[in-house]
Design a protein around this ligand. Structure first.
Ligand code: SF4
Length: 395
């Protein structure tokens, strides 16, 4: 049982927190009108804003979680031409959908879009559910995406808080909570939810994000002189904008060395290369890759691997090193190219040694199979090989 002293302390804390929320709400509420006026005259013209119907908003929002607006535009246009509606997307083959997403990364997101499209066709008559909770039940749709679709396409007064909005709110309120914590995100989301204007929820959410993306920039360089709400901004008034948002440093990325093998077979009528599927779980789950192993291998070690896989190669070409940065890990890759005859088996080699390799025509990499960006430099090497531009790298 709680002592009377502890209970009094708890009540005091609650009262303090309610007072702070009321103060913040009052302050943030004043932002709404000047922000919307600014948005009316400064909103960028973007393809998905022309006709903000639910499907287009959904696709654009997931794409925007991957990369910058400018990079998303061509992807969005291509996607809408290929799959103009949910029904065409639901009927598409997964390999085709992955290929269209190639270069955007985070392939689990596009797999979820595809899965969700099929569910919507099956359970919702082909239209995205027009409620926040209904949207949240679809694969890959979290609070942020449900907030974006709900407020922009269905005019629901629900918040949509991304990194841009967290930064803007942290500066407007000079709130010292660490924005990388779930508690701060929840708190900021509640503050935003309390001030959403019911007549223009989608515009308000987009205005907050737009302010963060174009004016209240990250890394200590906001353009406060252009900000429509600078006169209400606590961090600006206290002359300490560079101190916000407060964010704990991310743990350093793990560096992993890998050796990538580009195996080519010229014995048939078309040039083929060896690919394999990555495991169903974890990094780049289920995607195609060039065979690769952990560590930085020498040419002799690679020759031994090829030999034990039953593959002969007259010469190995050492390729330029490449680097790829994932969220939590960084690959530093060494590559070798070898021309092999995969049909010919060496005496003593295990019959199954290369059984996880799929030999595919190079044209399939161009048109059909999605290859993660990490392996693109090695795909370029194949093109150089075809054009006889491949340069040998010394060890
Ligand atoms: S005044 Fe500066 S720091 Fe404050 S919200 Fe505007 S751009 Fe951001």
């Amino acid at each position: 049982m709680m002592s009377s002293g502890s209970a009094a302390l708890l009540t005091e804390k609650r009262t303090e927190s309610m007072k702070q929320t009321a103060k913040v709400n009052e302050q943030l509420f004043k932002v709404v009108s000047p922000l919307l006026q600014w948005y009316d005259s400064h909103a960028r013209i973007l393809p998905w804003r022309e006709n903000p119907e639910p499907y287009a908003v959904w696709i654009s929002e997931i794409m925007l979680q991957q990369t910058r607006v400018e990079a998303v535009k061509p992807y969005f246009d291509r996607w809408m031409k290929a799959y103009p509606d949910l029904s065409s997307l639901a009927g598409a083959d997964e390999e085709e959908v992955l290929k269209l997403w190639e270069g955007l990364g985070y392939y689990s997101r596009v797999r979820n879009i595809h899965k969700a499209a099929r569910l919507v066709m099956k359970n919702h008559g082909g239209s995205l559910p027009p409620s926040f909770s209904g949207l949240l039940r679809l694969p890959g749709i979290g609070e942020y995406t449900a907030g974006a679709i709900g407020s922009i396409a269905f005019r629901l007064p629900v918040p949509c808080v991304d990194g841009n909005v967290l930064r803007v709110v942290a500066r407007l309120t000079a709130e010292k909570a660490d924005v990388s914590t779930a508690a701060a995100k929840k708190q900021f989301t509640e503050w935003v939810a309390a001030i959403i204007p019911t007549e223009r929820p989608g515009d308000f959410n987009q205005a907050m994000m737009e302010l963060g993306a174009t004016v209240c920039l990250p890394n200590g360089f906001p353009k406060c002189e252009l900000c429509p709400v600078s006169f209400l901004c606590e961090a600006r008034l206290q002359n300490c904008v560079t101190e916000f948002p407060v964010k704990s440093a991310r743990p350093a990325r793990k560096v992993e060395k890998r050796t990538v093998l580009v195996l080519l077979d010229e014995t048939g009528s078309v040039l083929k290369t060896a690919l394999r599927r990555r495991p169903d779980r974890g990094l780049l789950a289920g995607l195609w890759e060039f065979p690769n192993v952990e560590g930085e291998l020498s040419a002799e070690e690679v020759s031994q691997i090829l030999h034990s896989a039953g593959l002969t190669s007259p010469a190995l070409v050492k390729l330029k090193k490449a680097k790829h940065i994932f969220t939590h890990i960084q690959w530093e890759m060494t590559g070798y190219l070898a021309v092999v005859d995969h049909a010919a088996s060496l005496p003593g080699a295990s019959e199954k040694a290369d059984s996880d390799l799929h030999w595919v025509g190079i044209d399939q990499l161009e048109t059909k199979l999605a290859l993660p960006a990490a392996f693109k430099p090695y795909y370029q090497n194949i093109k150089c090989f075809i054009n006889k531009e491949l340069r040998y790298e010394s060890n």
